[in-house]
Design a protein around this ligand. Structure first.
Ligand code: ADP
Ligand code: MG
Length: 227
């Protein structure tokens, strides 16, 4: 499903603030694979996920292939339309934009024209699964949600958008133990249903309680140092 070949990323090249964040990342994920990424703060974990999603400009070098197709030069939108989904380490709040409007536009943008009522049903079901109130659908995106609620909201978005490649950046931070187990179960069931692949950055093994890990990679100073 996913091949990452020799991906490198340098922030602020040629300046005193130059930072080589990734130094040749190679990774292969099959359909239905569950891969975890561990490593210390600043190791490059989020930078790997952002590179796959196409965030931070196109100035990553190396190749990212999705189902054998080179998407290294594709925009974030194109990558999302090809079935990649990313949940942020720190989800941003967007005032003036409701969750329902955001998801409806996202579905519409990829050609799924659904009535507002149909979108509402999908979102309500997803919010209920993750343990959030359905009223969150009409509230501003992530606005005044607690840290853990934001993470649950990210998973609700995944359930609505139905991606085939799911990138989760510290999805468990801020989640209590019971919620962590619930999200783990949701990820397992979603994987069974869709055959989705996951790349998950985590410091917490609880999120894996219901899942079978196929591969664990350890990142240090922008390199994969253990598999
Ligand atoms: P983590 O493994 O904790 O997720 P990151 O991938 O976020 O680490 O960051 C890797 C390194 O790159 C860190 O040293 C970080 O400070 C640096 N970095 C990340 N984003 C930028 C940026 N936009 N500009 C400069 N340095 C950055
Ligand atoms: Mg990070």
């Amino acid at each position: 499903m996913l091949d990452i070949i020799g991906v490198e990323k340098t922030f602020n090249p040629g300046t005193v603030n130059e930072k080589k964040a990734l130094r040749g990342i190679d990774l292969h994920l099959d359909e239905g694979d569950f891969v975890t990424v561990i490593g210390g703060n600043g190791a490059g974990k989020s930078t790997i996920l952002r590179g796959i999603m196409g965030i931070g400009g196109l100035n990553y070098s190396g190749k990212v292939l999705l189902d054998g197709k080179d998407i290294s030069k594709s925009s974030i939108t194109e990558r999302a339309h090809n079935g990649i989904f990313m949940s942020f380490q720190e989800p941003v709040a967007i005032e003036g934009l409701s969750l329902i409007e955001m998801l409806r536009s996202a579905l519409e943008a990829r050609g799924e024209k659904l009535a507002l009522s149909a979108v509402k049903i999908r979102i309500s079901e997803a919010l209920e699964k993750v343990g959030l109130s359905p009223f969150i659908a009409s509230r501003e995106l992530n606005h005044k949600l607690s840290g853990g609620e934001k993470k649950k909201c990210e998973i609700a978005q995944m359930l609505v958008l139905q991606p085939k490649l799911v990138l989760l950046d510290e999805i468990d931070s801020g989640l209590d133990a019971k919620s962590c187990k619930n999200i783990s179960t949701i990820l397992r069931d979603y994987q069974k249903e869709i055959g989705a692949s996951y790349l998950i950055v985590s410091h917490n093994l609880k999120i894996l309680s219901e899942l079978t890990v196929d591969q664990e990679i350890k990142v240090d100073s922008g390199r994969i140092v253990e598999r």
